[in-house]
Every structure is written in C-alpha cells, then in structure tokens.
Write a protein that binds this ligand. Structure first.
Ligand code: ATP
Ligand code: MG
Length: 413
C-alpha cells in the first residue's frame, strides 16, 4: 500500500533519505511518525532507520551529533532540522534496564522491527510512502489494539519500561491492550521497580496528559503497575485516580492542552500527602527538575487562591504570568470560575517587575543619606513596590521621595 506523505516534515526529511540512498544504503521512516500519519494525527518528529552503520552515517553528513553511537543512533543536522537516525539493529536483554546489553547491527528492516515494542510502532514507510508492515501493525491500528511484537513475556522481560509504554499509548490513542499482552504486563509489572525513574517519568507524563486517560487509567491498577511506582502504593489509589480522571476529562473537554507541570500538580493534589515535605519528596523521587518543581508548587498554591476568590493585583504581580493564565484556564475547565480576568489585571499593573520602579536601591540609599546598604533599604523597596502595585503610590520620583520621608517619620514615631 502506498500513502502520500504530504506532511511538510516528511517532505523535508526526504532529502535526508535521498542522501543516504545515494550512498547505496536503505532508509525508512519509522516509529511514531508512521503510526500517527496512519491515524491522521499530527506528527512532531521524524525518526529514520537505516542500513548504514553509525560511522557510515557520519561520513555521509557533515553535521552530526553522537547520541549513543554504540546503540546505533546519530543525530543529523540537515537544513536546520535535526533527525534521529538509527541503524537497523537487534538487541538482547537490558540488564541495566536502560540500554540493551548487546546491540547487533543488521542490514535489513525486517530484523530491526523485531526489537520494537508494539506492532503499531513497528511500521515503516519508505521515501515514496510504501508501507512496510511485518507484524500486522496496520490491522492493530484499525482495531485500536496495542499488542507486543513477538512474545510479550519475553519483550517485557527484556525491558519493563514497555509495560508502562503500553498504558501510555492506551492513554494517548484511546486503544485497548490485547489480552495476552495485558497478562504479561501484569505478570512482569514488578520489574518496573528496576527501570530508571527518568524513563518512567517521561512515559508517566505522557500517560497523564493523554486525551484518553479516562478510558485507560484503570490499567494502572488492573495490571498492578501502581504498586511498583514510587509513593503511589497508597490505600485509596482507586479513588485518587477516579477523581483525577474527572478533572483531566473536563480539561480535555475544554480542548485545553495542559503543561507537564499542570498535569503533575493536579495529580499531586489528589494524592494523600499533607505536608509540603512529602509533596516535595514525591516530586524529587519522580526526578522532576527544580524548575518543574517550582512551577508545580506555584500551581498548587494558586489553585486554592482562585477557589477562595483571593487573586488580587499583588498575586498577579508575584506569580509568573504564564502559570497564572494556565491555572485560570484550569479553573474555567472545572467550572470554578466563569470569566477570565488575569490578563486584564496583569495589563492594569503599573509595574510588571521590580526593575520597572523608577528608583533603585542606590537612589533609596541617597534619599536616606546612607553610604552603606542596610536592611531598611530592602524593606523600603518592598513597601514601595507593594504600594505601586496596589495603585496607592505613583511610580514617579517625587511621589516615591514623599513616600520615603513619610515612611521615615512613621518609623521614628
Ligand atoms: P512519540 O510520538 O511519543 O515520540 P514514538 O512511538 O515515536 O512515540 P519513541 O519513544 O519516540 O516513541 O520511540 C520511537 C520508536 O522506537 C517507537 O515507535 C518504537 O518502535 C521504538 N521504541 C522506543 N522505545 C522502545 C522500547 N523501550 N522498546 C522497544 N522499542 C522501543
Ligand atoms: Mg518519537
């Protein structure tokens, strides 16, 4: 079957393929871009599989980045785009649960597809849009089934992350998991506790954000997966996930594509952790970056403020605008607030940041006749800032000078 690869990403990538083919190697589009094209979904990146060895790929292209050459992957920078180009390979078990122990490069596509996780991910297109389907992936796509390539017990034993990937694809695509594949997932779920947390977290985020979370979250419980995830083996897990699914569902109904931080913040709020220390520990164990943890913390702080109708100009000033807008969107999706007001409030702020104040620390020191910094300088700036935000003080030199002298008089009294 021939498909027309009209997506501009394919069009651009074709010239990469032509380069490879002109050196007498084979090259195919593989993985998510093939699956998503057949499902009429948008594609976000292009993966290429080739018969050329990594060294050979490096010889063909002037600009390459080594991304684990020993495992077969080279990044090629071509016409300002990057492409992940992976040599056809087979692999054995993952004793470090991260990389296969032994990668053997092979020269044909069919052998390469044997190492791929699911039939729907083992499809390939050549440059002209001819589909290569050695494992019935197209039938499974049509029937909306996630099925392991080959023997599922063996495949999940090799790499337990695939167990989690199965539920991630179920949540993203709204597919069901084939019976034998499901039974093997359940039998080997315990091996998940040996997989690196980063790899699980990446899949977990996609699982949480999936459009069909509502139809697939039960798999987390039914396949016993939650038991082997850190800090998720809680007594009321069913209730936690039921509530969470309702919230995400409403968010999807509003066509709102929420960020990674938002999905984890909502999740965290459902879990039975009361102390800030426990919440922080949870996010740390799940290997979130400090920036993500900060964003999640802000979201968790803002939600009750929105609920209590306590968002004022000071809040709008102190929290990052992007996060405020996202929480506002969340509140609307949950029918907790009706009308958006953050943008109007933000636009009405006389200053957006401290450096917008017409005076700085040195000016204040001059006004106070100080030659050395003292705590009072910081206190005064914070007071000036607060009064300007609340529109009780004009952001002008004269007004601020008057404010400073009356502040001094008051503090002397
Ligand atoms: P996405 O659209 O989320 O990127 P994807 O299917 O492209 O989905 P990737 O994680 O980018 O997923 O992996 C690319 C391809 O590599 C997969 O389609 C699959 O064929 C193969 N693959 C990835 N991870 C594994 C794994 N752990 N075991 C076996 N094959 C895998
Ligand atoms: Mg991909």
């Amino acid at each position: 079957m021939i498909y027309s690869l009209t997506n501009p990403l394919f069009q651009k990538a074709k010239s990469v393929m032509k380069q490879i083919e002109s050196h007498n190697y084979e090259a195919y589009f593989v993985g998510g871009c093939v699956r998503d094209t057949l499902l009429n979904l948008p594609i976000h990146d292009i993966d290429i599989a080739t018969s050329a060895r990594p060294d050979e790929v490096e010889m063909i292209f002037a600009n390459t980045i080594d991304l684990g050459k020993q495992h077969g992957t080279v990044i090629v920078v071509w016409q300002k785009e990057t492409y992940e180009i992976t040599t056809f390979r087979t692999e054995d078990s993952y004793s470090d649960f991260r990389h296969p122990d032994n990668v053997q490069f092979v020269r044909n596509l069919q052998e390469d597809t044997l190492r791929r996780d699911f039939t729907i991910n083992a499809l390939a297109f050549d440059m002209n849009g001819r589909l290569y389907d050695y494992h019935g992936g197209k039938l499974d796509l049509d029937a909306k089934i996630i099925r392991a390539v080959g023997n599922p017990m063996e495949r999940f034993y090799e790499d337990a992350l695939r167990i989690f990937r199965a539920i991630r694809f179920a949540s993203q695509l709204g597919f069901t998991v084939d019976g034998e594949t499901f039974r093997s997932m359940k039998a080997l779920a315990k091996n998940l506790n040996q997989v690196s947390m980063e790899r699980i977290r990446i899949e977990m985020t996609k699982f949480l954000q999936g459009k069909y979370f509502n139809d697939s979250y039960q798999l987390l419980i039914d396949a016993n997966i939650y038991r082997y995830l850190p800090m998720m083996n809680v007594a009321n897990i069913q209730e936690v996930l039921d509530q969470l699914a309702k919230k995400y569902y409403a968010m999807h109904q509003h066509d709102y594509e929420f960020s990674e931080s938002m999905s984890w913040a909502i999740f965290l709020m459902e879990l039975p952790f009361n102390s800030v220390t426990d919440k922080r520990h949870f996010l740390k164990v799940w290997t979130h970056s400090n920036q993500t943890i900060k964003d999640i913390k802000n979201i968790v702080e803002l939600i009750p403020l929105f609920k209590a109708n306590q968002i004022d100009l000071e809040t709008v000033y102190h929290y990052q605008n992007e996060i405020l807008l996202e929480v506002e969107q969340y509140m609307q999706s949950q029918a907790i607030i009706q009308k958006p007001s953050i943008e109007v409030m933000f636009n009405s702020l006389p200053i957006k940041q401290r450096t917008d104040i017409v005076v700085n620390g040195a000016d204040i020191m001059k006004m106070l006749g100080l030659t050395k910094g003292k705590p009072i300088v910081g206190e005064l700036i914070a007071e000036i800032e607060r009064n300007i935000i609340l529109q009780q003080l004009d952001n002008t030199q004269e007004a601020i000078e008057a404010f400073v002298s009356s502040y001094l008089k008051d503090s002397v009294k």
